[in-house]
Design a protein around this ligand. Structure first.
Ligand code: TYD
Length: 208
């Protein structure tokens, strides 16, 4: 019997298909008797809503403030006594989270100094490390094609930014490869093919 939930994080540049793949993995795990919860960052808390305004260009602020707000939103997401992720994990629920501190390293750490962003996220790294990080890899060009089909554009959604962010992801994955369990999955083919690779990583994690 599973007594403590697993913490699985999905990362990737914009348009990489995280939410679709997370939903599919959640159904797969639930069919195998694993209780799952889906969540994302930025969250829907007051911290996350403020971030969404900044990302959507409705509120102007500094890139340093944005990086700090993402770290604050994350700490609330981890520790909130009512609905925080640690509480759910402790209750035995497996949590699938769309973005976590690697998003801060790759996005914000490509704009303000990475070392500072890592410091800001040190408490999160100490409080809650993922059991598995799934990175959905996509070329920046394909990412932009997928984003173009959506209605609203966000702050970091340009080809140049997609390129930089992807490079930064690979730079930090190399740096953290001995500390973190990171699986890189190609996300440019059929949804089912991508999902099969993710399920293989989950099977190994749960011992199915
Ligand atoms: P995203 O997952 O694209 O949310 P949605 O699909 O609901 O718009 O995340 C929004 C943006 O926030 C995305 O461009 C990445 C950025 N972001 C950071 O810059 N730092 C972070 O720490 C996180 C979690 C996200």
């Amino acid at each position: 019997m599973i007594t403590k939930g697993k913490f699985i994080v999905f990362e990737g540049t914009d348009g990489s298909g995280k939410s679709t793949q997370m939903r599919l993995l959640s159904s797969y795990l639930q069919e195998r008797g694993v209780a799952c919860a889906l969540t994302h960052e930025p969250t829907t808390s007051p911290f996350g809503m403020l971030l969404r305004d900044c990302m959507g260009g409705r509120t102007e602020t500094s890139e340093y403030a944005i990086a700090a707000m993402f770290a604050a939103d994350r700490l609330d997401h981890i520790e909130n006594p009512v609905n925080g992720m640690k509480k759910q994990l402790f209750e035995g629920v497996t949590v699938l989270c769309d973005r976590y501190y690697f998003s801060s390293f790759a996005y914000n750490g490509g704009i303000v100094p990475l070392g500072w962003v890592e410091e800001l996220n040190r408490p999160a790294m100490e409080l809650l490390r993922p059991d598995l990080v799934v990175y959905l890899d996509l070329t920046p060009e394909e990412g932009m094609r997928r984003i173009a089909r959506r209605s609203e554009r966000e702050r970091y959604e340009t080809l140049e930014r997609q390129r930089k962010t992807r490079e930064k992801y690979f730079e930090v994955f190399e740096k953290y490869k001995d500390l973190e369990h990171i699986v890189i999955v190609e996300s440019e083919k059929e949804i089912e093919q991508t999902q099969a690779q993710i399920r293989a990583a989950a099977d190994a994690l749960f011992g199915f």
